[in-house]
Design a protein around this ligand. Structure first.
Ligand code: WT7
Length: 655
């Protein structure tokens, strides 16, 4: 972010206080902050009691083996029972849980009673396939109800799911299956994207050819496309799951029983398997969903546009909302199919009241013009949420005025795959909102902005965002790598969790997130590590060396810009050079997934390195963002930057 933009931000003086009308009916209260400040553990114990425990807990937090936390450790519960059965037991079996809308226009309402039957059948199917508590199951699925059923079925039998975003490549899927040693993969023949059927099963076939831990592949028929079939391994969901009994006794598991692993990018090439467990995770996911989104289960229609492949889909489509007995929209496809007003059409038809999406989407809609949302009745909306990256004040104001009709609180929610649930956000009805600010830590959360010496900076200061107290939905580790867990999050500032984000506090103490301070990029709200993309590039035969940076991008937050040194130099013919650059971009998309496709590839003769050989990404970012290069005296060869600046004009690969 430029200095000027930052200064504007910090002098943001528009504040939207809660309206009296919203405050009068809000779930959250100002007293929550005081209660949690006086007795943090008592506050979380109270929130945990919103769940149904098979065995009550006596201890709230065990931090004796820090940073490995245990929350509610002697309590036992079944997460799927909490998300489904208990609502049926309480007389809400006929309430619609999921209002599914497929991209081609097919619709399906699923009540809690029906969801219970589906989850029980799937749980019986998994058991028949030999999946037992403690096993791992990989899920590689489109946004269809079966994906949610699959996750809940795993939770019900105590198997940890590892959902892999269906946009990831076969190789990304393979490495994740392998790391977790998954015994089963649940997938679909394909998914509907932008009006056509996109295959999924071939990527699974390619991945499991090299993962001996996988015994079976369970396949939902979604698009009806032809698929290759391995009769010893592959099973159709509609044949095998559908014939199962709807009776299944939910077994209670320890609060610290693993619920899921979700892989996320760090600063090295190898994604980290973030481990979440049951009782604490569900407590905070449900608490935040109830209070940050002000959910009224009898009245609201909630819609979170995330994909279950990301943590937002886990915490704010599956676990938090269902634990709170939500009625929610689930949409399979892209926002521009069949037309660019698909989302507004969905909001109007389903009378969505609570809407949660990402800044990238909001900025895209701004570009598409006000007419599209304005041609729909969006007056059902009463609260808007944002997640995934900093939201710029212009986008925030547009969201408020054009989508929210000037009438909805906006909750800008900061959190991470690792935090499991929202940590920083306004509480609607209690906290005022400033356009672009996530405002402050939620009740029960310890947060600070510190300098290099771990000293809090105070209002008006900037530094690193840290979490100062353990929280219920915190990650319990990195799958198979406890040392990396300590090193990554707990070593920079002893006793504090370092989030990897920079932040500033304004004069009122409101927080402004400034993006990552490490080698992690944020593209459309998705984390991609620079090293991951570099590894993908150098795996191409033509590439000798690569350096990747995230450059500011108007729509996606950051765009991926790669600098590559070619083994044989650039081909003489321009057309061949351009073709090679396209090939490299496609190669990265193939290795990792289309979200990692570089926006631009620059072929360069050299890369700027420090004397110790570390690539100076800051300089490359300056080039990528067309800024002056500033001080280059720490470079091993300061003339390199001139070489780069002159060499790069030829080789942009932008679409
Ligand atoms: C990173 C976490 C949390 C679900 C989606 C992303 C950035 C997230 C915000 C926000 C500014 C945000 C941070 C964070 N981020 N929300 N409201 N304002 N930045 O999950 O892939 O684990 O990424 O996303 O940089 O560290 P994730």
């Amino acid at each position: 972010m430029s200095q000027e933009a930052l200064e504007n931000l910090l002098h943001e003086n528009r504040v939207f206080p809660p309206t009296a009308e919203f405050a009068a009916q809000a779930n959250a209260t100002g007293a929550m902050y005081d209660e949690a400040a006086q007795d943090r553990l008592g506050f979380w114990a109270e929130q945990a009691r919103y769940l149904s425990w098979a065995t009550d807990f006596t201890e709230v937090l065990d931090w004796s083996d820090a940073p490995f936390a245990k929350w509610f450790a002697d309590g036992r519960l079944n997460v799927a029972y909490n998300c489904v059965d208990r609502h049926v037991d309480n007389g809400f079996g006929n309430q619609v849980a999921i209002r599914f809308e497929g991209e081609p226009g097919d619709r399906r309402d699923i009540t809690y009673a029906e969801l219970k039957d589906e989850v029980c059948k799937a749980a019986n199917a998994l058991t028949e396939l030999g999946v037992t508590a403690g096993d791992r199951v990989a899920i590689y699925m489109p946004m269809i109800p079966e994906a949610i059923v699959a996750m809940l079925a795993c939770a019900r039998i105590g198997a940890a799911h590892s959902v892999v975003f269906a946009g990831f490549s076969a190789e990304a899927l393979r490495s994740r299956i392998d790391d977790a040693q998954a015994v089963l993969v649940i997938t679909a023949d394909g998914q509907n994207r932008r009006g056509s059927a996109m295959a999924l099963k071939p990527a699974v076939d390619e991945a499991v050819a090299e993962t001996p831990s996988v015994r079976n592949v369970l396949v939902v028929r979604r698009t009806g496309s032809d698929v290759a079939w391995n009769a010893d391994r592959d099973i159709w969901w509609h044949e095998f799951v559908e014939q199962q009994s709807t009776e299944h006794e939910p077994e209670a598991f320890d609060a610290e029983h693993p619920l899921f692993i979700l892989y996320t990018s760090g600063t090295t090439g190898k994604p980290k398997g973030i481990l979440h467990t049951s009782g604490g995770y569900l407590t905070q996911a449900a608490f935040t969903h109830r209070n940050v989104f002000d959910l009224k289960p009898d009245e609201d229609v909630y819609w979170c546009t995330a994909d279950i492949g990301w943590v937002t889909g886990h915490s704010y489509i599956v676990y938090g909302p269902l634990a709170n007995r939500v009625t929610q929209v689930v949409y399979e496809g892209t926002p521009d199919t069949p037309n660019k007003d698909r989302w507004w059409d969905i909001i109007e038809r389903h009378k969505v009241t609570l809407f949660y999406t990402a800044p990238t989407a909001i900025r895209t809609f701004m570009k598409w013009g006000d007419e599209l949302p304005k041609s729909h009745d969006l007056s059902s909306l009463r609260l808007l949420g944002s997640v995934g990256e900093p939201i710029n004040p212009e986008a925030w104001m547009w969201y408020r005025e054009v989508i929210g009709g000037d009438n909805c609180p906006i909750v800008d929610t900061w959190w991470q795959t690792e935090t499991g649930a929202i940590m920083i956000s306004p509480l609607p009805g209690v906290t005022g909102c400033k356009p672009g600010s996530a405002m402050g830590a939620l009740p029960g959360i310890g947060m600070a902005v510190v300098d290099d010496h771990a000293t809090p900076v105070g209002n008006g200061g900037g530094g690193y965002l840290v979490l100062t107290e353990p929280w219920p939905s915190m990650l319990r580790g990195i799958w198979g790598d406890p040392e990396r867990f300590k090193e990554t999050y707990w070593s920079r500032f002893p006793g504090m969790y370092f989030a990897g984000d920079g932040a500033k506090l304004d004069d009122d103490g409101a927080i402004w997130l400034l993006g990552r301070v490490d080698d992690v990029m944020n593209v459309s709200g998705h984390r991609i590590s620079t090293t991951e993309v570099e590894s993908a590039l150098v795996s191409h035969e033509a590439v000798a060396e690569a350096a990747v940076v995230g450059a500011a991008d108007e729509t996606t937050g950051q765009g991926i810009v790669a600098f590559v040194i070619l083994r044989g130099g650039l081909p003489e013919e321009t057309a061949k050079g351009e073709q090679l650059v396209q090939d490299l971009r496609n190669h990265v998309a193939h290795e990792i997934g289309p979200i990692a496709k570089p926006r631009q590839i620059m072929v360069v003769p050299e890369l700027p390195k420090t004397r110790s050989g570390k690539i100076m990404r800051r300089l490359l970012r300056d080039v990528a963002e067309h800024r002056d290069m500033g001080d280059v005296t720490t470079l091993a060869d300061p003339t390199v930057m001139n070489l780069i600046a002159t060499g790069l004009e030829t080789s942009s690969g932008e679409d």
